[in-house]
Design a protein around this ligand. Structure first.
Ligand SMILES: Cc1ncc(COP(=O)(O)O)c(C=O)c1O
Length: 386
């Protein structure tokens, strides 16, 4: 394990900072009780940690009200809460080819079970959505626009500010999937004109799995699609309308929230720009190295403007899964292969027919040495197996 070169941070970040492990351990040993609900000191202290985490994430997204920062299991769960709680039969939704199944599948379900109409904006040849195409796609019944902030396949950052401006002008709700970008980029929902942002805790926010959430701006209301205990107003039959209870159900993942809180603190201490620059320097070096190897093809990475540290490639004539297996078995290098839960991106790339791509996702603990070793390994595979 010590020798493992982990390049699958697009799936989940690994390892986590030591401070995250230590904070979670200490928190759960000392404060692992039900938060806030029972009225004794320890329960209140646990509740306070959750409120601190809400405040910290709200501040990171430049939200105004920490109660509108709600916790869910992950961004898939958060996106389901938002999509299913916003749409009604007959609505129209605009989304993009860049989306993950966490958006595509809830929307598909809405289309078949709830008569919601969905349009998918294509990507241009560099992997970006053209905001003009969003304008052209509006219909009188457009209720929601959902856009992926940073692609988990090709790393492109979509022009969410421009798209948000367009939505704002039309009074249409704008939901952004920031699963890949939260913790990698500074995200100011005011500046970017975002109404709802979905995030996951276990990627670049450096927390554990099982925690994510939404920030829901004051101008938007999401219907309840679940109901249950909230720990307050227990005599009321209907699930609570007020945030955060409106979108939280049952006992929260307190240890996950503690880890997420510690992860975000680590990221902010290091500096988001510093981390991003480091990851982009590695991405640049990786791309330059891959471009030197005959038979290697990279996707949407001619230049790395408006990119995060996520890169897809293939060795020509060789299935992505085989490259991944050899990288793991012979070189102890972990990457992600296949469609990465984003089938429309692969349709756009034409890689849907060749079992997808090999994806490299950089994290803050990757080094230049990792890149050198990965390039060397890929060059050897490209030479000896093709
Ligand atoms: C762009 C994007 N959206 C959504 C998700 C779903 O994240 P989670 O599995 O944490 O719900 C991912 C994870 O791969 C992603 O990359």
């Amino acid at each position: 394990m010590d020798d493992l070169i982990y390049l699958d941070n697009g799936a989940t970040s690994f390892p986590k900072p030591e401070s995250v492990y230590a904070f979670m351990d200490k928190f759960y040993r000392n404060k692992g009780v039900s938060p806030g609900r029972s009225g004794y000191d320890l329960s209140i202290e646990t509740g306070n940690l959750i409120e601190d985490a809400r405040k910290s994430l709200t501040q990171y997204f430049n939200g105004k009200d920490p109660n509108r920062l709600i916790f869910s299991y992950n961004s898939t769960d958060a996106l389901n809460l938002a999509i299913n709680g916003l749409l009604k039969p007959g609505d129209h939704v605009i989304t993009t080819q860049a989306e993950h199944n966490a958006v595509l599948r809830p929307l598909y379900h809405q289309s078949i079970y709830n008569e919601v109409q969905v349009d998918y904006i294509p990507l241009d040849k560099k992997g970006f959505v053209d905001p003009q195409d969003v304008i052209s796609a509006f219909k009188p019944n457009t209720q929601l626009v959902v856009v992926n902030h940073g692609s988990n396949v090709i790393g492109t950052i979509q022009p969410v500010k421009e798209i948000g401006q367009i939505c704002k002008k039309r009074g249409v709700t704008f939901l952004v999937d920031a699963s890949q970008t939260a913790g990698k980029l500074s995200i100011d929902i005011e500046e970017l004109n975002i109404d709802i942002i979905a995030f996951t805790g276990h990627k670049s926010l450096l927390g554990p799995t099982g925690i994510g959430g939404l920030y829901v701006k004051e101008n938007v209301e999401i219907k309840h699609t679940r109901a249950g205990g909230t720990g307050v107003k227990s005599a009321q039959q209907h699930h609570l309308d007020e945030y955060p209870y409106r979108l939280e159900y049952g006992t929260l993942n307190t240890v996950g929230i503690a880890g997420l809180y510690a992860g975000l603190s680590w990221v902010l201490d290091k500096g988001i720009d510093t981390i991003h620059q480091h990851e982009m320097a590695l991405t640049r070096k990786m791309l330059d190295g891959l471009n030197q190897i005959d038979n290697v093809i990279t996707y949407c990475a001619e230049d790395l403007t408006d990119h995060i540290g996520v890169l897809s490639f293939n060795i020509k004539g060789f299935e992505a899964v085989n490259t991944g297996t050899i990288l793991d078995g012979d070189y102890d290098i972990a990457v992600r292969t296949g469609l990465q839960c984003a089938p429309l991106v692969h349709k756009f790339l034409g890689t849907d027919k060749i079992s997808g791509t090999v994806r490299i996702g950089f994290g803050p603990f990757n080094t230049h040495d990792h890149v050198d070793k990965a390039i060397e390994a890929i060059a050897e595979i490209a030479l000896s197996y093709v």
